[in-house]
Design a protein around this ligand. Structure first.
Ligand code: PLP
Length: 469
């Protein structure tokens, strides 16, 4: 499989180059040159199949030749060995045709583990084959950092430096990062905000000497391999509920649009999806887009569902590329307009096309709390605030009652314990595997919000690593 950039100017690359590149050189995102077709007979056979086997069948055409079959199968097996449940995507029947797909049974209690654990194995494999090493640098406000650290810990070809804003992530989220003691994991608390951390990361990537010296790489949500790994659970869920003969709908709590884009990709592969409901919190840029066809940036508000506190959904560019009928020059022009003015409008026909599949809906913190409370009252089960946004959307905006709708549950309630406790009156318990999290030792370096200081720290750390090796 070859991959093309959404902006049409970057070189066409194979799977492993796309994995390591992250962003394309023209500023675009990589997408597969064609969407592989899912055969109806294969889809039928996936009902009841082990998740790992289905994942192998679904992802193989995207990887085609870049990783030998046997190695790919091992990477998938290892990725999901650390989940608490038989499958990384168990489904729970809520009645009335609503289903909850729980994607949070991985090591860091949020759905990002499903793709990140796989990505870690793929990185390690490809780098070992090529005899290369990379330094992964990222900024996190919570979920991404812990998922990335857990996925990369102990991998020989990788060092990971993760920046978080000192004192501005929850105790659980910080400890999930700083209690990892592997020598290749480096946590840095920056005296600043999340935006400061992100600016520092961007500045390091824009420093050619530094970037070259450390062979920098990123694992943020624009990495194609993360999107690809998320396609799998849309397909396994649909197969469980009667695809290919019967259609299925999904409600997805959305931030960067990576997760719901994977649903779109599954539909392009031939999965009969009748509706993709894009659920947002008060940061409602996507809801407004699907209502009006205008993508117009607003302020970012802090909410109970912080992993969706985003105004610019970076993965949306992949959908825009399809809505522009894969005209890269057009996408480049639209994205330039967005950078210049904070707004763009798509044609009526493009909006119409998007609306055949997508709807948007948004819920503020009060409505989110009401939904957590309602669900607890009705079932005795706690759900996290991100999941509550998607469940509220599903109950109000499902198009057809006769078609089952799967709500993606993206975080364990204990990960956002304060909000869940406030809504339900009960403290959600941390799962056994992390029950001692609050007693573990922590390792973290505090640094000023200063590029020179940060680069010097990374230079020194890596020089010591080389000395030790
Ligand atoms: C990251 C995240 C989301 C948003 O997913 P996107 O792929 O960015 O749309 C939703 N819920 C939780 C708990 C997350 O960590």
């Amino acid at each position: 499989m070859k991959y093309v950039s959404t902006r049409g100017e970057a070189p066409v690359l194979g799977f492993d180059d796309v994995l390591l590149a992250g962003l394309a050189t023209d500023g675009g995102l990589y997408v597969p040159e064609t969407w592989p077709a899912l055969a109806a007979t294969d889809l039928k056979r996936m009902k009841g199949m082990r998740y790992e086997e289905a994942a192998f069948k679904i992802m193989r055409p995207f990887i085609e030749g870049a990783i030998p079959d046997e190695d790919l199968f091992h990477i998938i097996e290892n990725a999901y060995a650390g989940f608490d449940t038989d499958t990384p995507a168990p489904m729970r029947d809520l009645g009335d045709g609503l289903w909850l797909m729980e994607l949070f049974h991985g090591p860091t209690l949020a759905f990002k583990d499903v793709a990140m654990q796989f990505l870690g194995g793929v990185f390690d494999h490809v780098l070992s084959q090529r005899g290369e090493r990379v330094t992964i640098i990222g900024a996190t406000s919570g979920d991404t950092g812990s998922a990335a650290i857990d996925a990369m810990r102990g991998k020989h070809a990788i060092d990971i430096f993760m920046l978080h804003p000192e004192g501005r992530v929850s105790d659980v989220q910080r400890r999930q990062m700083t209690s990892v003691m592997d020598g290749n994991v480096h946590n840095i608390a920056i005296d600043g905000t999340f935006d400061d951390c992100q600016d520092l990361v961007k500045a390091m990537f824009n420093d050619p000497a530094f970037r070259g010296r450390h062979n920098l790489s990123a694992v943020n949500s624009i990495n194609w391999v993360r999107v690809m790994a998320q396609i799998v659970y849309y397909i396994t869920a649909a197969a469980e509920l009667g695809a290919p003969d019967n259609p299925v709908a999904f409600s997805v709590p959305t931030g960067n649009f990576g997760n719901v884009f994977a649903g779109y990709a599954a539909s392009r592969m031939g999965l009969p999806i009748s509706q993709l409901l894009v659920a947002s919190n008060r940061n409602d840029i996507l809801t407004r887009f699907f209502d009006t066809g205008a993508m117009a940036m607003g302020d970012v508000y802090a909410t109970l569902s912080p992993s969706m506190d985003i105004q610019v959904s970076s993965n949306f560019e992949r959908l825009l590329f399809e809505l522009c009928h894969r005209d890269g020059a057009k996408v480049a022009a639209v994205m330039q307009e967005f950078r210049d003015t904070g707004r763009y409008d798509v044609a009526e026909s493009a909006l119409g096309e998007a609306r055949m599949l997508f709807d948007g809906a948004c819920y503020d913190d009060d409505q989110t709390t009401v939904e957590m409370h309602r669900h607890f009252d009705a079932t005795g089960e706690q759900i996290d605030p991100h999941t509550a946004v998607a469940l509220a959307a599903a109950r109000e905006h499902r198009r057809e009652a006769a078609i089952p709708m799967v709500v993606l549950s993206t975080a364990h309630p204990a990960k956002f314990g304060k909000a869940v406790e406030a809504a339900t009156g009960a403290v959600p318990a941390l799962p056994d595997k992390v029950a001692d999290l609050m007693d573990r030792d922590e390792r973290c370096t505090s640094l000023a919000n200063d590029l020179d200081v940060l680069e010097a720290f990374i230079d020194d750390t890596q020089a010591q690593n080389k000395g030790a090796a």
